[in-house]
Design a protein around this ligand. Structure first.
Ligand code: ZN
Ligand code: FE
Length: 254
């Protein structure tokens, strides 16, 4: 249905080359860097129909213009920040569809990191591209939006089917894991995952994608109502949102 190739870019970014098997239409999610992406396309499909951007930061759109020039691709991006997206062609708002051939994606507006941030979710393929909103064992920094917005954005992702595979914008898993375990030391699933991540990093393999069900058990930003986490923060009587805010502030200083 959907082939996905992970391309490492810059110091810790990931771009994802995607192909709809039925129609051979090709897309790239968040091309950070023209050269790395072009190298992969030259070796494989030799064409690029669509560029999909989750948000306007340069480490996610840096390759847009040169790729567009070379392959005559169309840029799909958030209608909420289209003016900041180099070469933006087709605007998408919350709930709208984008079809890569026979694979349909739903656009989910997930503000917080940036105000117009979107995620691309395909129920059929069982994947979501989350950009800098949800990371493996973490979540994005809040730059343009509010804590409330980021919290609600993560709630939207949390409610997707549990077997959804998450593809995010950065390789931050190891450091994120260190933060999670500093708060949630007795979480056996987290301890095990940290070991898996360590093994992958030693082999220089990506720690992604990750299944939503695994994130729900180990990513503290998705577990703000967990009693053990609340106790460790001495916030037993606080709301889920207050716990989230505390965690995000602690992570900024970690
Ligand atoms: Zn970003
Ligand atoms: Fe980024």
């Amino acid at each position: 249905m959907l082939d996905i190739t992970i391309i490492s870019c810059l110091s810790d970014n990931y771009s994802y080359l995607i192909r709809d098997k039925k129609t051979n239409l090709i897309g790239i999610v968040d091309p950070s860097d023209f050269q790395e992406v072009d190298k992969e396309i030259s070796k494989t499909y030799k064409k690029l129909d669509f560029i999909l951007n989750t948000h306007h930061h340069n480490d996610h759109v840096g390759g847009n213009i040169n790729l567009k020039k070379k392959y005559n691709s169309k840029v799909i991006c958030s209608s909420y920040e289209v003016e900041k997206i180099p070469g933006g062609d087709i605007k998408k708002s919350d709930g709208e569809q984008f079809n890569l051939g026979k694979t349909d994606f739903k656009v989910i507006h997930v503000p917080g990191h940036t105000l117009g941030h979107i995620a691309f979710y395909s129920e059929k393929a069982g994947v979501i591209f989350t950009g800098d909103t949800l990371f493996s064992l973490g979540c994005g920094r809040i730059f343009e939006g509010t804590f409330e917005q980021m919290f609600m954005s993560l709630e939207k992702i949390k409610n997707l089917p549990k077997n959804t595979m998450i593809y995010c914008g950065h390789e931050y898993t190891k450091n994120n894991g260190s933060f999670c375990i500093s708060i949630d030391k007795d979480n056996k699933n987290l301890q095990d995952r940290i070991q898996v991540v360590k093994n992958k990093m030693e082999k220089k393999l990506p720690t992604l994608p990750v299944k939503l069900s695994d994130e729900l058990e180990t990513n503290i930003f998705l577990r703000c109502d967990d009693e053990r986490i609340k106790n460790n923060l001495k916030m037993s009587n606080s709301s889920k949102f207050e716990v989230f805010k505390k965690l995000r502030n602690l992570k900024d200083k970690f």
